[in-house]
Design a protein around this ligand. Structure first.
Ligand code: 0A1
Ligand code: ZN
Length: 875
């Protein structure tokens, strides 16, 4: 796919649409090789629009068969086709436009627009896929009512679905049939969807709190019908939660979810008809891990929550993407916290943020939560827009308080229902309900980069005052050299010698045992007064109250005190992470710190003995910072050396604890049932973590235990835990277990993806030969994003020894594969290339080679998607 040099789209160029679309009728004659789309739009010039302004209809790769304006063919001069689509000029103030186009779903490998997956026809329109279906003002601020008639072969496509309610259906000559769908809610084109296929329907009901009966339907391929129970139950929980926690009720008579094998992303919130990557629908305890179960529940909830945060209130333009995504991620995180994972959810989210969003914000692809320019909007579905966006919402709640925040949300949904708005509109409502000036806070949306906060304390024993001195600084990011000061909420507490929280007064406020410091200046001091004893430890950034890098210069003893006692799960875990990170950094710098490592062993030993520590938290406390996150601690680093240092610390720390680790293991048979409860999942997480640590520490019998756990496992969670524990071991057991797993699940694509991922990640043996074999495997398909991601992703993220081979062979190979993938699926190629943009952070030899691979790729005539990332990666 070759495109001309991309044009920059600028936020400052935004103009409201000149035309409204009052109604849209679509008729599809569906056929994989030749689909006809008949579209009829009623348009009207908007009040106040420039007189004579033309009507822009976007269109891409369409074969136009006919066009009529008010029943007549327009003159060639008034209907011009350019690279964006059609430009119609000389129109009266109101007109009816009828267009017939021809498209070929079976030739659509980009998976945007109308395409084929398995035996079904399906669509993906966000952000700009609708223009690959028909000519239309394909922008989120043009909302209209849709009436859609689908016609298809009745035997091949017995199920015909579109948004809204089905109002008619029947048969047609020649074995064809039709269905008509009407969506009563005006929507932008990116929320349009249709599905035609031979699918099983798993149905249930939901009664909303005001008594509306909603049919819930999940559509999957027939052989997957037994794997939908979890998704369905998750949907019901999400619907109830949105009513209880956010006061949001569902608004149509039916809510449909369709699972497809070939999908670029996780899922899509099309009005009343969500499309899902099958990976986020299908689950049974023997095929899906606990992580899979949790992800399914959260993606189902995420898409459901979009019905309000995204569909009822949508984005004015794509710069506002975080308006719906940041808010919806925040909402799904709240749901998973309250219903499923509780305290450890925050730990998991921060781990992800640090491993993926912080590097993005510190690298060449850094951009603000609300970007102000883009060449290809597909490349802005990022961790920054989603996860950092959610952090901004959470900070707003911290700053204005839960009550005001909840009132603000109500007012936001009420005021902007049916409209397309901006992040400024959202923040303005929060300012209004709280009476607070949020002008400085707004900078979080416009300024990229992770702020660095330093903190120091001084205790005046005589006065009983603890002074906290804070400073902030945000490093430059591409295109933003000067940074403004931000408003940073920093939640803190103090622990006494006995591990309990101390009370004190902040400013004139009454005595409390936890405070939110609002850092707004470059340097700022706070005083906590009325302390009767010196604090033994400061618990900083509790609950990760702001997405910053905080450096508090705390000593080993203070951090160990937090690891042993902090009642904030995040802060406790974070104290352990700080110690572990220091130990790894010391080893990378060839300065092993035996005292630090001994202190860590002691701290870990104590945690293993402490029966008050919940299993799930214990599992998290025993985890070392991820390799990706550790790489961020260095200006430049040798990734293989960082991996080895990380493993060395793990080994040295846990080798002396072998017996305790074995003794702490929960009873395997008792928890091996795949039950979706916090308790059971916590026990399994601990089982797997202890096994991994025992293997890493070289404990006696650990490999045998891994093999036993694998062979005896009933749940996929414990099977995968065993495989992951041995995956980087050279002993024959690794090969035996992986071969057995492949034999067992050869026919099951989603489970086979786990095997692909393990094989690609393994650093033992000849990783290149293995990679070749994976790509030749009968289950591998370049046209399936899940499969491609399962192989290339882990190879780059975990197989340091091969991907980062000093001679650059790993980079070259990946660049070559991505060129090939780009010809089929630009969007997926553009995501997978991201690790190749990190060359600045590598040691010099690797850095030059990685850059060379990227340059080579840049010269290949790439899609707009891939070219955009490659160019920014080189700049
Ligand atoms: N809005 C979806 C994400 C999504 C974006 C683009 C897609 O295809 C190009 C598909 C899905 C969500 O947040 O779940
Ligand atoms: Zn979303």
């Amino acid at each position: 796919m070759k495109d001309a040099t991309p044009r920059m789209i600028l936020l400052s160029d935004y103009q409201p649409p000149d035309w409204r679309v009052e109604a849209l009728e679509l008729r599809f004659e569906l056929d994989p090789e030749d689909t006809r789309v008949h579209s009829r739009l009623r348009v009207r010039r908007r009040d106040g629009s420039a007189p004579g302004a033309p009507l822009r209809l976007h269109g891409r790769d369409l074969q136009r068969l006919s066009i009529a304006v008010n029943g007549a063919e327009p003159s060639p001069g008034s209907c011009v086709e350019d690279r964006e689509g059609l430009l119609l000029s000389g129109l009266p103030d109101a007109a009816e436009i009828a267009i017939e186009t021809r498209i070929r779903p079976d030739a659509n490998t980009a998976l945007e627009g109308l395409y084929v997956s398995g035996g079904s026809l399906c669509t993906q329109c966000e952000p700009e896929g609708f223009r690959r279906i028909t000519y239309f003002p394909d922008r989120p601020d043009v909302l209209t009512r849709y009436r859609v008639r689908l016609e298809a072969d009745a035997a091949r496509y017995p199920v015909l679905l579109a948004n809204g309610n089905r109002v008619d259906a029947g048969s047609l000559p020649e074995g064809r049939h039709y269905a008509v769908w009407e969506d009563p809610f005006p929507k932008p084109s990116y929320l349009f969807a249709l599905v035609a296929g031979d699918l099983a329907c798993i149905a249930d009901r939901f009664t909303t709190r005001s008594g509306r009966e909603v049919a819930l339907e999940i559509y999957v391929e027939h052989h997957n019908r037994e794997r939908c129970a979890h998704a369905l139950a998750s949907l019901q929980r999400a619907m109830r939660y949105d009513e209880e926690a956010f006061g949001r009720e569902y608004d149509l008579d039916v809510y449909m979810i369709v699972a497809v094998d070939d999908f670029n992303m996780g899922a899509m919130e099309n009005k009343g008809l969500n499309l899902f990557n099958a990976k986020y629908v299908l689950a049974s305890p023997d095929t899906a891990t606990d992580d899979d179960y949790v992800h399914i529940e959260s993606v189902i909830a995420h898409e459901y929550f979009h019905n309000w945060s995204g569909n009822r209130v949508t984005c004015r333009d794509w710069f506002q993407l975080s308006l719906k995504e940041g808010l919806t991620v925040f909402r799904d995180q709240e749901f998973t916290t309250d219903c499923t994972l509780f305290g450890v959810k925050r730990v998991d989210d921060v781990q992800r943020l640090r491993a993926f969003q912080f590097p993005e914000d510190a690298g060449p692809l850094a951009h603000p939560v609300r970007p102000d320019r883009y060449a290809e909007i597909n490349n802005f579905y990022t961790m920054t827009v989603y996860e950092k966006g959610a952090e901004l919402i959470r900070m707003l709640r911290t700053l204005i308080g839960r009550d005001a925040f909840r009132r603000g949300l109500d007012r936001y949904f009420q005021r902007f229902d049916g409209q397309a708005v901006t992040t400024d509109d959202f923040v303005a409502v929060m300012a209004e309900v709280s009476g607070r000036d949020l002008a400085q806070f707004q900078r979080w949306y416009t300024q990229a980069g992770t702020p660095q906060v330093t903190a120091r304390t001084r205790f005046d024993a005589q006065a009983g005052v603890l002074q906290l001195d804070l400073a902030q600084r945000t490093p430059p990011t591409p295109g933003q050299h000067e940074k403004d000061l931000l408003q940073v909420p920093i939640r803190v507490a103090l622990l006494g010698r006995d591990g309990r929280r101390l009370s004190a007064r902040l400013g004139g406020a009454p005595e409390a045992a936890e405070w939110v410091l609002e850092l707004t200046a470059g340097e700022q001091s706070f005083q906590l007064r009325g302390l009767r004893e010196p604090p033994a430890a400061v618990s900083w950034l509790r609950g990760f109250s702001a997405p910053v890098l905080l450096e508090a210069g705390q000593g080993t003893d203070e951090l160990a005190h937090l690891v042993a006692n902090d009642d904030d799960a995040f802060a406790r875990w974070d104290a352990a992470q700080t110690l572990l990170r220091r130990a790894v950094i010391a080893r990378v710098e060839d300065a092993v710190d035996p005292r630090l490592e001994a202190a860590l062993t002691t701290a870990m030993a104590a945690l293993l003995e402490d029966s008050a520590v919940e299993p799930v938290l214990l599992a998290a406390l025993l985890e070392l910072p991820a390799h990706r996150e550790l790489m961020e601690s260095f200006e430049r680093a040798d990734p293989v050396a960082v991996d080895q240092a990380r493993r060395a610390v793990e080994h040295s720390l846990f080798a002396p604890l072998a017996e305790r680790l074995a003794a702490r293991a929960p009873e395997r048979a008792r928890w091996d049932d795949g039950a979706f409860t916090a308790e059971a999942m916590g026990q399994r997480r601990l089982l797997n973590r202890l096994l991994a640590v025992r293997v890493a520490a070289g404990g006696e019998g650990a490999l045998e235990e891994a093999a036993r756990q694998y062979h005896e496992a009933r749940s996929q969670t414990l099977a995968m835990g065993a495989l992951a524990a041995v995956n980087d071991r050279a002993e024959p057991v690794r090969g035996e277990l992986l071969a057995d797993f492949e034999r067992r699940y050869r026919q099951d694509p989603l489970v086979l993806d786990k095997w692909f991922a393990l094989e690609a990640a393994s650093q033992v043996g000849d990783g290149f030969a293995r990679l070749e074999r994976l790509l030749e495997h009968p289950g591998f398909r370049w046209s399936n994003p899940n499969r491609v991601r399962a192989v290339l992703g882990p190879f780059m993220a975990q197989n340091h020894r091969h991907f980062h081979r000093v001679d650059g062979a790993g980079y070259e190979r990946i660049a070559h594969y991505l060129e090939r993938l780009d010809a089929l699926n630009p969007q997926t190629a553009a995501r997978l290339v991201i690790p190749l943009t990190r060359w600045r952070r590598l040691d010099e030899a690797r850095s030059a080679r990685m850059r060379a691979s990227l340059e080579q790729l840049a010269g290949k005539g790439l899609s707009k998607d891939l070219a955009d990332v490659v160019e920014r990666g080189l700049a």
